[in-house]
Design a binder for this molecule. Structure first.
Ligand code: AMP
Length: 192
């Protein structure tokens, strides 16, 4: 079982179609606040990120934003956060988020979200970090990605056991429980 004090949440800077993803982001923010788990995220008021932070703050949660100096100068920073750190580059920003977090969650989002999540999955796969990572599969958003993961396994670019190397859940409570109870996959990445 992992003690999770802080979760880094990666999520869209857009809100997605309709309001279902916004509701999902608010729910995650509320659940993390209720469970006393601090949030580290991209630091903006935009998109799902803004909804997540607003809900967590409204629930009495502690939220740290980690943003780039460039995005900060453009006025993207959420003004009500408990703490904000501005880093010179996206790379430095991602590194800092990984340092601060005990676990990672990706909500629905675009290429930025995917890239951040794939980086932490890869670092776990290579043993550079040992911090649980999970997909918040709201509206089944990540099923096509999991189909791609199945394809990687079928085509022998990924060991089958690595399917379980991340937690995938469509409800925040189950997702957080999955991260807390996560058992790391020990099969090495190379198949021959
Ligand atoms: P995307 O999924 O492409 O919308 O990108 C979202 C991810 O990239 C977030 O998890 C952030 O870490 C980062 N990001 C993208 N846009 C911004 C922004 N305006 N402010 C802060 N971070 C951002």
């Amino acid at each position: 079982m992992s003690a999770i004090r802080t979760v880094a949440v990666y999520c869209g800077s857009n809100t997605g179609k309709g309001d279902a993803y916004l509701r999902a982001a608010s729910k995650l923010g509320t659940v993390l606040a209720v469970r006393g788990i601090e949030i580290v995220y991209g630091g903006t008021h935009k998109g799902l990120m803004g909804a997540l932070a607003d809900a967590a703050l409204a629930g009495g949660g502690y939220v740290t934003g980690v943003i780039t100096e460039r995005l900060k100068a453009k006025g993207h920073t959420h003004q009500q956060l408990n703490a904000i750190e501005a880093l010179p580059t996206m790379q430095a920003r991602k590194k800092r988020m990984i340092e601060l977090a005990d676990a990672f969650i990706a909500m629905p989002g675009g290429i930025g979200t995917l890239e951040e999540f794939m980086e932490v999955w890869t670092l776990n796969q290579l043993g550079e970090i040992a911090k649980p990572a999970g997909l918040y599969d709201a509206q089944g958003y990540y099923q096509p990605l999991m189909g791609m993961v199945d394809h990687m396994i079928a085509e022998q670019f990924l060991p089958a056991s690595h399917h379980k190397a991340i937690v995938v859940q469509s409800a925040p409570e189950a997702l957080i429980d999955g991260l807390v109870n996560f058992a790391p996959v020990t099969t090495q990445k190379w198949m021959s």
